[in-house]
Unconditional design. Structure first.
Length: 162
């Protein structure tokens, strides 16, 4: 039974949680210089599209910035949010209603599953796009080999002495 809140279930395969977290991290587009969380209207639009309440714009921004730091190896301080664990049917649920709560709940689920290290930011400094690394050994470095990976390899090749 749900009460309109988003549920992050620990027993799921994490694909919903990974998708939500990656989408949330990508509300900041470094390459284009755009930020979907620049305004309350942007946050509301993003939240509504995902069935969430927007919550505080400041909390959403601080959460996003902290989680972007976390997936690059940082140990940021997260804003305090309310997550409501409950036992339902086939496992434990983390109920969340706001964008910040849902992003942190998704991060907790992925951490418990040992999959948070698969959420990464592109190593290209001009890109920094978030993605979920589906590679077998988890060593993917770029959001796209065809774009960022190719640019990096071409730059390295040109930098080699003749």
């Amino acid at each position: 039974m749900t009460d309109g809140r988003n549920e992050s279930k620990v027993v799921r395969n994490g694909s919903h949680d990974a998708e939500l977290l990656v989408d949330f991290l990508n509300t900041l587009d470094v390459e284009d210089g755009t930020d979907q969380l620049a305004t309350s209207a942007g946050l509301t639009s993003w939240a509504t599209d995902r069935g969430l309440e927007p919550g505080s714009l400041d909390d959403a921004r601080r959460t996003r910035d902290a989680l972007r730091s976390l997936v690059t190896g940082g140990r940021p301080e997260l804003p305090a949010v309310s997550l409501h664990p409950s036992c339902e049917g086939d496992g434990v649920c983390l109920r969340s209603s706001t964008v910040a709560e849902a992003a942190i709940a998704a991060t907790v689920v992925l951490s418990i599953q040992g999959k948070i290290s698969r959420v990464k930011l592109c190593q290209a400094e001009t890109c920094r796009f978030a993605y979920y690394d589906h590679s077998r050994n988890g060593s993917r470095a770029w959001c796209s080999m065809e774009i960022c990976g190719n640019r990096s390899k071409a730059r390295n090749f040109r930098a080699k002495p003749a």
